[in-house]
Design a protein around this ligand. Sequence first.
Ligand code: NDP
Length: 284
Amino acid sequence: MAKKEVIFPEALALPAIGQGTWYMGEKASQRKSEADALRAGVDLGLTLIDTAEMYAEGGAEKVVGEAIRGLRDNVFLVSKVYPWNAGGAKAIAACEASLKRLGTDYLDLYLLHWRGDIPLEETVDVMQKLMQQGKIRRWGVSNLDYDDMQALWRIGGGSECVTDQVLYHLASRGIEHDLLPWCQQHQVPVMAYCPLAQAGRLREGLMHDPVVNDIARERGISVAQLLLAWVISHQGVMAIPKAGSVMHVKENAAALEISLSDDELARLDNAFPAPKGKTRLDVV
Ligand code: NDP
């Protein structure tokens, strides 16, 4: 079975599962195991690593820096800027600080973490400047809903945005109403965060749901693998689960090769239907 991929502009194909890093770098005692997990993930093909200046206030970026030492060329590195830093000199300084913590001189992708008070025009402008300076290769956004994306596309250069990173998992399907179809139509890959609903913490009962568990048992896969396979079954969607152990990383990497049948997808659809109308973009 071929490993699933998502296509970014310029025909760049990336594995449809990457690695998240929220809550990494919080505890000194766990830094080594977190970096080991990330390195194991890269070895297994989970080459996209997602981090942010926000996570552990730079601590997660330091863990990633440790993990990718000597591996930089094998990794697609993503970081995010706080909305209040996403314009002018502050954005340049924030990006430079991220690069320093990550021990690299460029990001593959830099995202606006969420929309704040700085006008999108200013963010687009500084993203273009960072690209010209060679500090970032591409830019994108996160937590922007359908209407925000329309606003972004109306700005000169706004449509150079290469992704929208949003919350998406089996029990939170609001984006399927308008945002996801729009992104698919415009070839903007969607990066699904919290694909495991934070191991069920965001949706009590998801990991214990009988339909989910029946299908996982029938297929001989874990519930986490089923949830990841479901996310990446959608065209143009990649998942970025966070895993703090090599065991979890191995499981997640194996989900790249799991395809769900039409019957399995229909059963999951029935148990967790997509909303019929517009719903507020889910965020954490
Ligand atoms: P996830 O849905 O990825 O869940 C993470 C949890 O799942 C952790 O407790 C982890 O445990 C557990 N887990 C991972 N793999 C397995 C497995 N195979 N079996 C069982 N449990 C597993 O939630 P996140 O909030 O971390 O989201 C993923 C990433 O998305 C973040 O880390 C971050 O990079 C990004 N994100 C972006 C946001 C944004 O606003 N742009 C917001 C939230 C997240 P353990 O650590 O023990 O392995």
